[in-house]
Design a protein around this ligand. Structure first.
Ligand SMILES: [Fe+2]
Length: 205
């Protein structure tokens, strides 16, 4: 008999990976419940509590593939995409010195939790500065360690995340209120202002 390819329907879908990781099944069950909490404020409070509880007691054990830092940029890997489109859960792995530019989340709410290590989160005020340019001012920086989580709610969600550890990776888990395909990033211009660009987002591995 000729060897046959595995039927598409029998293959694990990339967006159901979390359901195959025993330690992530409680995470998905909790998030499924929390995204039904009502308002964005209520949902993000519930998701924040979920992440602080689960990550705080080490209840999300990620497979090795999620732990690999990349030399060129921070790694961004899909853990779970809600089949009903209500949220996605994404793991990011930050090598020493890696971080983001100032960015938003395309209008989606987000809750970010620290799985391992320590990250710095700086929030920014962004104001039009004439033409296509913007002025950007740092508001405050939070140093976040394992088991802590923070909410980012539009329209005041401009921020930078970076690894605060100088010699080892940090891992974070981000829950977005939908499928984040592109975001707005702000890059410095020659005159000290910033220019806005749309950045398409994809997943590693
Ligand atoms: Fe972000």
């Amino acid at each position: 008999m000729e060897p046959r390819d595995t039927p598409l329907s029998a293959r694990p879908r990339r967006d159901t990976l979390a359901s195959m990781i025993p330690s992530c099944q409680e995470l998905v069950a909790r998030l499924d419940r929390s995204v039904e909490a009502g308002s964005v404020d209520a949902i993000t409070r519930c998701v924040k509590a979920d992440l602080e509880d689960l990550l705080g007691r080490g209840a999300v054990a990620l497979p090795e593939v999620f732990r690999q830092a990349r030399p060129d940029t921070y790694a961004r890997r899909l853990l779970h995409r809600d089949p009903r489109g209500r949220y996605t859960a994404i793991v990011m792995t930050w090598g020493p010195g890696q971080g983001t530019p100032v960015h938003d989340h395309g209008g989606l709410w987000c809750v970010e939790g620290v799985v391992e290590g320590q990250i710095a989160v700086t929030q920014y005020d962004v104001t039009p500065a004439g033409g296509d340019e913007f002025a950007i001012a740092a508001r405050d920086t939070i140093m976040a360690g394992t088991g802590t989580a923070g909410r980012l709610i539009p329209p005041t969600d401009y921020h930078v995340i970076s690894n605060a550890l100088p010699d080892s990776p940090s891992l974070t888990l981000h829950v977005y209120g939908g499928d984040l395909c592109e975001c707005q990033v702000f890059m410095p211009t020659a005159n000290g202002r910033y220019a806005s660009h749309l950045r398409s987002l994809s997943f590693h591995e």
